[in-house]
Ligand binder design. Structure first.
Ligand SMILES: NC(=O)c1ccc[n+]([C@@H]2O[C@H](COP(=O)([O-])OP(=O)(O)OC[C@H]3O[C@@H](n4cnc5c(N)ncnc54)[C@H](O)[C@@H]3O)[C@@H](O)[C@H]2O)c1
Length: 145
C-alpha cells in the first residue's frame, strides 16, 4: 500500500507522541524525514523511530518531491513562517496550535492554502484547558462592563 509521506519540522517535546502514533497506529501515513535546529534532537528521533531522512534545514524538506505533508511542530511564534514556506513549496500542512500568532497571519495562510489548492490543518487547543476555560470568564467580564 502506498503511504502519504510526512516531513516533520521541529522534533521537540511534543514530537514523540506524533512519532509514536504515526509509527505504531496509522498505516496510511509515514514519516520519511525530520528536521530541527538542534542536531541532537534529529539524531534521537531518527534512531528511535528508524526515520530514513534527515533534512539539514526546513527548505530541504520542503523541496523534497517525496514529501506530501509538512507537519509543523515548531514553537508558536515560528508556525507562520514554516507553514507559509511549506504552502509556497506546494505541500499540504498540519500545524500544532496556534495556526499563527495573529488572526491576520492565520487568514493569510488560509488564503494561500486555498489559492494553491492545498490542505491546511491545525491541532485544536486542549479541550477545557486553561485557554478555553479563561475565555468565558473574559467574555462575561467584558459583557458586564
Ligand atoms: N509540549 C507539549 O506538551 C505540547 C502540548 C500541546 C501542544 N504543543 C505545541 O506543540 C508545539 C511544539 O511544542 P514543543 O513543546 O514540542 O516545543 P519544543 O521547543 O520542545 O520543540 C520545538 C522544536 O522546533 C524546532 N524548530 C524551530 N524552528 C525550526 C525551524 N525553522 N526548522 C527546524 N526546526 C525548528 C526547535 O529547535 C525545537 O526543537 C508548540 O506549538 C506547542 O504549542 C506542545
Amino acid at each position: 500500500m502506498s503511504t502519504v509521506k510526512i516531513a516533520i519540522i521541529g522534533v521537540g517535546d511534543i514530537s514523540s507522541i506524533y512519532l509514536e502514533n504515526i509509527t505504531n497506529m496509522f498505516k496510511e501515513i509515514e514519516v520519511i524525514g525530520v528536521c530541527d535546529l538542534v542536531e541532537e534532537k534529529v539524531r534521537k528521533a531518527i534512531e528511535t523511530y528508524k526515520i530514513p531522512k534527515q533534512y539539514y534545514d526546513m527548505d530541504e524538506a520542503m523541496q523534497d518531491p517525496e514529501v506530501d505533508i509538512i507537519l509543523n511542530l515548531t514553537r508558536p511564534n515560528e508556525h507562520y513562517e514554516v507553514t507559509k514556506a511549506a504552502l509556497k513549496a506546494g505541500k499540504h500542512v498540519y500545524s500544532e496550535k496556534p495556526l499563527a500568532a495573529t488572526f491576520e497571519e492565520c487568514k493569510e495562510l488560509v488564503a494561500l492554502a486555498k489559492e494553491k489548492g492545498l490542505m491546511l490543518g491545525g491541532a485544536p487547543d486542549t479541550f477545557m484547558g486553561s485557554g478555553i476555560q479563561t475565555l468565558p470568564s473574559i467574555t462575561s467580564t467584558v459583557a458586564d462592563l
